[in-house]
Design a binder for this molecule. Structure first.
Ligand code: GDP
Ligand code: IMO
Ligand code: MG
Length: 421
């Protein structure tokens, strides 16, 4: 069967850490969407590792990892990542597989991403500039190159054709950067990619499923960045909800069992776009400082605010979430009062539904206040029952609102800092 693990907010919920925690129970960990815009942080023997394209099960000997067809892969960042993981003693030839239908990010995709963002000025999306949007545009526009193509004799020709198309597009922008160096690194990385295990991802997975193996599908980004249901146009270009698992891996819905939703005990967003519970005050800064809220991929400061139950209820609905993992509970140790948004006030009317257009100006959160707890009480707990009563009250309130059980509470970045409820 396939369990799905995905982020329910605007990304960076701590998915990487949680996948690493669960990975030992699964035969396969498979990424189904996104690309190097993702930054999933893991601590392996106290060493911090940030994965962008490689699934977060890679440090488990008996688990294999698949980069699914729904992912967009940049050979250059992929190669760097492989070097880093290999240096930590992982044999990627044994435990990493790449679906041949996975689309490739070429240097001119990154250039187009940058040029398009620059042209948008103050309306920019705040993209990670990794070429994600342009690569998915070429996929749906039926111009893309796929990982399987690197094994074909006409790869260079097809690359040149795509590059020419991109250069025409770039001519319409004020983009001056010399990308010739990007190209030599790209071809060296394509040579590296050819040596990796390139497989037919859909048969690879379905045969394992038929043989009774267990698969965990690892989401990237978060549900509120979904191309259909997120805060469009301030979204990424892929389906980040559970529906994306079927198309991003080539498996049927009948295989899906649990949908594990990961949420922080508060909320963050990096990049532009509406964020109703954002705090522009000292409390927001305190969340950022104590939660160390700086992007794992770009280093940008993350915008911070209290947990948004309206948005979580919406994203639990979209993905059919069956259980929750609440991360960063230790960060709330530092607050005398904790808040949750339980409704939106939209033009004077209260609603618990996500509006079509979430613009900050029109929407005010309705707050529920919770009593805080004493210093480091959550961080120091070794079992769920040891958590302070006030924290448990907060967790129970979240469960009751969402009607989904919280099964785990994470109380630190470390591999074993997680409490089963
Ligand atoms: P992802 O993109 O969802 O995998 O999340 P990121 O790795 O981008 O960001 C999550 C950050 O929070 C990382 O720095 C993690 O090491 C850290 N983290 C994860 N869980 C916890 C937790 O329970 N408490 C604290 N304090 N940090 C955590
Ligand atoms: P993980 O997997 C947080 C955001 C960007 C930007 C928007 C579009 O680590 O949770 P893109 O590069 O896709 O064109 O950017 O989406 N974004 C993320 N925010 N975590 C991520 O991934 C993100 N991936 C993209 O900041 O606002
Ligand atoms: Mg991240």
């Amino acid at each position: 069967m396939v369990d799905v693990l995905l982020g329910l907010q605007w990304g960076d919920e701590g998915k990487g850490k949680i996948v690493d925690y669960f990975a030992g129970k699964y035969d396969v960990i498979a990424r189904f969407q996104g690309g190097p815009n993702a930054g999933h942080t893991l601590y392996i023997n106290d060493q911090k590792v940030v994965l962008h394209t490689i699934p977060s099960g890679v440090f488990h000997k008996n688990t294999v990892n698949l980069i699914g067809n729904g992912v967009v892969l940049d050979p250059v960042t992929f190669r760097h990542e492989c070097d880093e993981v290999t240096a930590l003693g992982v044999d990627l030839k044994k435990n990493l597989f790449i679906a041949e239908r996975t689309h490739i990010i070429v240097p001119t995709h990154r250039a187009l991403d940058k040029a398009s963002e620059m042209a948008k000025g103050h309306e920019k999306i705040g993209s990670t500039l990794k070429g994600i949007g342009p690569a998915y545009m070429d996929k749906t526009g039926r111009n893309g190159l796929r990982v399987g193509d690197v094994l074909q004799p006409d790869f260079k020709e097809r690359y040149e054709k795509l590059k020419q198309k991109h250069l025409h597009l770039l001519a319409g922008y004020d983009f001056q950067e010399d990308i010739s160096e990007w190209e030599s690194a790209f071809f060296a990385a394509v040579d590296f990619l050819r040596q990796m295990n390139i497989v037919n991802g859909e048969y690879f997975l379905n045969e394992k499923l038929k043989a009774g193996q267990q698969v965990l599908a690892e989401g990237a980004q978060g549900s509120m960045l979904d191309v259909d249901f997120g805060t469009y146009p301030f979204v990424t270009s892929s389906s980040t909800i559970s529906a994306g698992v079927c198309t991003g891996l080539g498996i049927a819905p009948k295989w899906i069992r649990e949908v594990i939703g990961v949420t922080k005990a508060y909320c963050t967003r990096v990049g532009s776009g509406p964020f109703p519970t954002e705090l522009h005050d000292a409390t927001g800064e305190k969340l950022r400082e104590i939660g160390r809220e700086f992007g794992a991929t770009t280093g940008r400061p993350r915008r911070c605010g209290w947990i948004d139950l309206v948005a979580l209820d919406y994203t639990c609905m979209l993905s059919g979430v069956t259980q929750l993992v609440m991360t960063k509970s230790d960060v709330l140790d530092a607050f005398d009062e904790v808040y949750a948004c339980t409704a939106y006030q939209v033009n004077g009317q209260q609603t618990r539904q996500m509006p079509f257009q979430l613009t900050n100006g029109d929407i005010k959160p309705v707050w529920e206040k919770y009593k805080g707890w004493s210093d480091e009480a959550a961080a120091k707990s070794k079992q769920y029952n040891e958590l302070p009563a006030e924290m448990k009250t907060f967790v129970t309130a979240v469960e009751a609102y969402l009607n989904v059980p919280v099964k785990y509470v994470s109380n630190g970045p470390g591999r074993d800092q997680i409490l089963e409820k």
